[in-house]
Write a protein that binds this ligand. Structure first.
Ligand code: ADP
Ligand code: MG
Length: 487
């Protein structure tokens, strides 16, 4: 995998290539707001060379996306399953509890959506497999699912551009290019998601209804969101839509102030009927105050299409991921045996920390071998997981098993490292680092009346980080944008 390790690049070439690449990303809007000064714009960090990624794993990750979307959707409709899965978590985890209460209120109130529409992203890291004679394994690498993102999966816009950058840089570097652009995917991820959103909007079937991006105030990753908005417009035009559909970017707090539901359950925001709420916020407790929770509930009750519903968001919790790994749980929802196999082979070890002998044994295992595990709370957005000393400290602190059950334990995936250059606005020069990568496969899912209308993989993102960082995505400032160099 470490295909660039013997690369002999002299300083002047490195400087030229990195300058060319930086110019390209700035000229083409691969940008984010500065973390400290939000009126300033920086280019988003990226890898100079696309990271090698086994082609068969890329294909497997793409293939299983459809299965995961079916699984997530069916599980989200099963209130008893969600309740049973999360019952231990919600005793101490107020954030998950509030979502579960909305989910229950919707079910009890008989508010059944006509359509389900999702943009999901399933993330994987590569696990190195022991292929020694007695291990019984013959593949050097496998993909292990890190998590299923059911809400606010981001970076499709910027990653699609970074793929173009890596195609372009092959031409610029000529003979000296250490990879071939023919080996990079040529997927229009942002185009696929924009087309998905356009279909989502069309489902509602009201020409005058608008689209709402639910966002955080002061969002740093605004341009990635706007790229999706522009792709949405383009897709509508391609679909033959003659009108301009307004897209509003509003926080849950603003929606609380300016939104209301009519007697026929149509949602009006600033006086305009809403066809689709697309959430790029609402995944973390910081997005909510009391008013924001009320807005979320009202949206959920309305007939507007929601990407996602609160039930789908709950299926994306780490706890439900751990429950899926239990015997019989995938099989409860998926009857196709091949699909079950495809799903199950991506599971890393997942362990419950619930009260009881099993949870106690998991906690002990982790305390004895902290380097083999990750401790995960029910949170999204990066920077919440615990490793090594932090894991030990936290497991010792939560001596009450009921409190402990808001976490799950996950086997730590050991990805192969690759030497490659990180280009980051914080560094004057490209940084040569040992890196590991994580692929995310996007998907679009639509169902109506219990029937899947659309269920397809829809492109990817690749994020790569220095091995010095255990956790964190691009928004958290750890990982950088990348393209798989399929080998
Ligand atoms: P979040 O919802 O905060 O994104 P994730 O489960 O995706 O939570 O974890 C965040 C990051 O932590 C991942 O992007 C990955 O870099 C790292 N990570 C998570 N789980 C594991 C694991 N089992 N093994 C190794 N690294 C992991
Ligand atoms: Mg993640």
């Amino acid at each position: 995998m470490d295909i660039y390790k013997d690369l002999k690049l002299d300083e002047s070439d490195l400087l030229k290539f990195s300058t060319d690449a930086q110019d390209w990303v700035q000229a083409n809007g691969v940008v984010m707001r500065n973390r400290d000064h939000s009126h300033l714009i920086n280019f988003a960090p990226f890898m100079l060379f696309p990271t090698p990624f086994p082609r068969y794993l890329y294909d497997e990750a793409t293939l299983v996306q459809k299965d995961f979307q079916t699984l997530s959707h069916l599980a989200s409709l099963d209130h008893a399953f969600i309740e049973e899965s999360l019952k231990s978590v919600i005793i101490h985890d107020e954030f998950t509890k509030r979502q579960f209460e909305i989910y229950t209120e919707i079910k009890n109130g008989g508010f059944k959506p006509k359509f389900y529409f999702n943009i999901t992203r399933s993330d994987y890291m590569i696990d190195q497999i022991d292929v020694s004679a007695d291990s019984g394994k013959d593949r050097a690498y496998e993909i292990k699912q890190i998590e299923m993102n059911m809400i606010a999966a981001s970076f499709a816009g910027l990653c699609t551009k970074v793929q173009k950058l890596h195609h372009f840089m092959d031409d610029i570097m000529g003979e000296k290019a250490p990879y071939k652009k023919e080996n990079l995917p040529d997927v229009n991820t942002i185009g696929e998601l924009g087309a998905g959103l356009a279909k989502g909007w069309q489902l509602y079937n009201e020409d005058n209804a608008i689209m709402v991006f639910v966002v955080q105030e002061g969002e740093k990753n605004r341009f990635d969101q706007r790229l999706l908005e522009y792709s949405f417009y383009e897709s509508l035009t391609k679909l033959g839509c003659k009108i301009h559909v307004p897209v509003l970017f509003r926080s849950l707090q603003q929606i609380h102030i300016d939104g209301k539901m009519r007697d026929d359950n149509k949602f009006l925001l600033e006086g305009k009927e809403v066809a689709l709420f697309y959430f790029r916020a609402g995944y973390t407790p910081g997005c909510y105050n009391e008013e924001a929770w009320q807005a979320r509930l009202l949206i959920e009750k309305s007939v507007a299409v929601k990407c996602p519903t609160v039930g789908e968001q709950l299926v994306g919790t780490k706890k439900v991921q751990q429950i899926f790994a239990l015997p019989g749980m995938v099989e409860k929802f998926i009857k196709d045996e091949e699909a079950v196999k495809r799903i199950r082979r991506t599971f890393a070890g997942l362990y419950s920390l619930d009260p009881g002998a099993e949870g106690d044994a998991s906690a002990k295992l982790a305390l004895d071998n902290p380097d083999r595990f990750v401790l995960k709370p029910q949170r999204e957005g990066g920077g919440n997981n615990m490793y090594d000393d932090d894991l030990v400290e936290e497991l010792k602190r939560v001596s009450d098993p009921v409190e402990r059950s808001q976490y799950i334990l996950m086997e730590r995936v050991r990805p192969p490292t690759v030497k490659n250059y990180i280009i980051h606005v914080d560094f004057e020069k490209p940084i040569l680092a040992d890196t590991v990568t994580e692929i995310g496969i996007f998907g679009i899912f639509i169902s109506e009346g219990g029937k899947e209308i659309v269920n397809s993989p829809s492109g990817y993102i690749l994020r790569t980080k220095s091995i010095e960082h255990n956790d964190g995505g691009v928004a958290a400032g750890r990982a950088v944008l990348d393209t798989p160099n399929l080998i």
